[in-house]
Design a protein around this ligand. Structure first.
Ligand SMILES: Cc1cc2nc3c(=O)[nH]c(=O)nc-3n(C[C@H](O)[C@H](O)[C@H](O)COP(=O)(O)OP(=O)(O)OC[C@H]3O[C@@H](n4cnc5c(N)ncnc54)[C@H](O)[C@@H]3O)c2cc1C
Length: 292
């Protein structure tokens, strides 16, 4: 069953915007279609009139260094992100997250723009981008805008972007000397889609001192979650098991876990959180120390 009436392969951002505004609508952006088409087929989203495909827009498929940051196109398939030495060496959490999403067929078409646009609080790519302090480049009728990751979400499965706002790319600070990151997640054994719990940690080491740190996790709230209290406990402290325990206590105090019928109970997530934070943080720390 084809659930849409028309399909438009956009050649440029302007072309995509024109197609999105075309009558009679509603029209929807599509990249890999691994979230959107299932949602439409299973009745979670109304069928669009026109699918506006962004895969042929060159800027949205770029992966390069721009102004000292990594510029990762929002329509670049995940398998091409994983294959990039730039990502492998300078954005470890993103590399690890993208490597875990779906299987090879999904990664051949799925994109970061779709992972963020679908707006789930535990989407793996989104959690990595949040932990890495990525900035989104958004294009609409008013031109280009920059948005922090925290500004892209309105609630579970609800993007803060309007239907005619296009995620073009993400700018990501490069991990160089003394900085590193890690991504870990726990899935149900048969799970292929969304994690029971995932986490991305970025850390900057100055000798034995945690100079700076960012912790992102999901699902730990209605939108991808930054653990500011746990970060504050760690920032400026010498690395020790005691400070790690304090950070875990702060994390458990601020995360908002819930029981989800198909994945895990609140109690299980509480239990996992400490284990996952310890492992993810330790891994990022050891790598930051090794590269410092
Ligand atoms: C079998 C399977 C396994 C999966 N496993 C995982 C997993 O392990 N981890 C995980 O996080 N996800 C998983 N997913 C979900 C999905 O594959 C990812 O979220 C993927 O990154 C979505 O990207 P896409 O390009 O296919 O998005 P699409 O389906 O094309 O789009 C998703 C949404 O984003 C919007 N959108 C797309 N591109 C843009 C853009 N550039 N600007 C603005 N809005 C845009 C669309 O309009 C739509 O609302 C899985 C899905 C399947 C089917």
């Amino acid at each position: 069953m084809i659930a849409w009436k028309d399909y438009h392969l956009a050649k440029s951002l302007e072309d995509a915007l024109t197609a999105l505004h075309g009558e009679p609508g509603p029209n929807r952006l599509v990249a890999g279609g691994t979230d959107l088409l299932l949602d439409v087929q299973q009745g979670r989203q109304p069928p669009p009139h026109t699918l506006v495909d962004v895969n042929a827009i060159a800027e949205m498929c770029a992966l390069e260094v721009r102004d000292g940051k990594m510029f990762v196109g929002a329509a670049l398939p995940l398998n091409r992100i994983i294959a990039s030495p730039l990502v492998q060496h300078h954005a470890h959490a993103l590399y690890q997250a993208c490597s875990l999403i779906g299987g090879p067929q999904v990664r051949n078409v799925a994109t970061l723009g779709g992972n963020v646009g679908h707006a789930l609080p535990a989407a793996d790519g989104a959690i990595a981008l949040l932990g890495l302090d990525a900035v989104a480049h958004v294009y609409d009728a008013g031109g280009y805008h920059r948005r922090g990751m925290g500004e892209l979400y309105a609630g579970p499965g609800r993007s803060a972007l309007n239907a005619d706002q296009i995620l073009v790319a993400f700018s990501i600070p490069m991990e160089v000397g003394g900085c590193s990151s890690a991504f870990r997640r726990v899935m149900r054994p048969q799970g292929v889609a969304i994690a029971i719990l995932n986490m991305a940690v970025w850390v900057q080491a100055d000798g034995e001192v945690i100079q700076d740190v960012r912790i992102a996790a999901g699902p730990a709230g209605k939108v991808p979650f930054r653990a500011m209290a746990a970060e504050a406990v760690l920032r400026g402290q010498a690395w020790s098991l005691a400070i790690l325990d304090e950070a875990i206590a702060a994390f458990l105090g601020e995360a908002r876990f819930r029981t989800s019928p198909h994945r895990a109970t609140f109690a299980y997530r509480q239990h996992l959180a400490g284990v996952l934070l310890r492992e993810t943080l330790s891994h990022a720390w050891q790598q930051a120390r090794a590269e410092g």
